[in-house]
Design a protein around this ligand. Structure first.
Ligand code: IPE
Ligand code: IPE
Ligand code: MG
Length: 245
């Protein structure tokens, strides 16, 4: 076990940041950066599937992004609706099962229907699970999960909360990437990233290509994940994830 090839992360999470700066540097409107961001996501999904990554979770729109100028918010909504219409056949070809994670109340009827339909259309695919976090916040997820348990009269424990969270259908992320140079979580996957390896890339999201992904995976493979144990313990037992035991 200890001498086998280093494992590819099973689950990668990405804060896709830097679209606005990418556009501004080209004297383009910020929305042009978000359009380019969709292209970059398509490339990343294909690359993850090709590398045998099983789950990709991306941050597309945060609970706080509503505070942006109205033109940018409505531009982002239009891009999302357009991408849903265009991408579903391609995603199916690549074996991608889509899930949207986030608060759906407050989205337009058209958007809500688009999310539901594309989830239904890809539900049978099984090569890669793609979770798109949209109108999502880590605090929203924790508070909502706790409220659900309380409403059902269930005890709030780590295990019951974990089952009530929006990403209960997948294991926790192994590798957490943020592009765009900032080194913060910005309310993404607060609960689930407890033991994720963090990787910060200076590349702006539209420029995050296969080589950049491979660099992040290679950095991950050089890390020693100890999960609270000592290096010596891991050496004795072989690298293992006690969460998976
Ligand atoms: C990330 O890119 C995409 C969204 C938040 C929707 P930004 O739009 O935050 O890009 P920068 O950080 O301003 O460059
Ligand atoms: C985080 O990026 C949200 C998404 C990538 C969707 P932001 O650009 O909104 O984060 P802050 O405001 O710089 O922390
Ligand atoms: Mg940003």
């Amino acid at each position: 076990m200890a001498h086998s090839a280093p494992a590819v992360p099973n689950h990668i999470a990405i804060v896709m940041d830097g679209n606005g700066r990418w556009a501004t540097r080209r004297f383009l409107p910020r929305v042009a950066g978000h359009k380019q961001g969709v292209e970059s996501l398509r490339r990343c999904v294909k690359a993850c599937a090709a590398r045998n990554v099983k789950v990709l979770t991306v941050f597309a729109f945060s609970s706080e992004n509503w505070n942006r100028p109205v033109e940018e918010v409505s531009g982002l909504m239009d891009i999302m609706v357009g991408a849903l219409e265009r991408e579903v056949p391609r995603l199916t070809q690549d074996g991608v099962q889509l899930h949207f994670i986030g608060e759906r109340g407050g989205l337009s009827d058209k958007m809500a229907a688009g999310l539901r339909n594309s989830e239904a259309a890809t539900a049978h695919n099984s090569r890669l699970v793609l979770n798109v976090c949209f109108n999502y916040g880590g605090r929203w997820d924790i508070a909502r999960a706790a409220a659900d348990l309380a409403a059902r009269g269930e005890a709030i424990t780590e295990a019951s909360l974990d089952r009530a969270m929006a990403l209960a259908h997948v294991p926790d992320p192994d590798l957490f990437i943020r592009t765009g140079g900032e080194q913060r979580l910005s309310n993404f996957l607060l609960w689930q990233s407890a033991y994720s390896e963090l990787f910060f890339s200076d590349r702006l999201w539209p420029e995050f290509d296969e080589a950049a992904l491979d660099e992040a995976i290679a950095a991950f493979q050089r890390r020693e994940r100890r999960f609270g144990q000592t290096s010596a313990q891991l050496g004795a037992a072989g690298l293992r994830d006690p969460q998976a035991a």
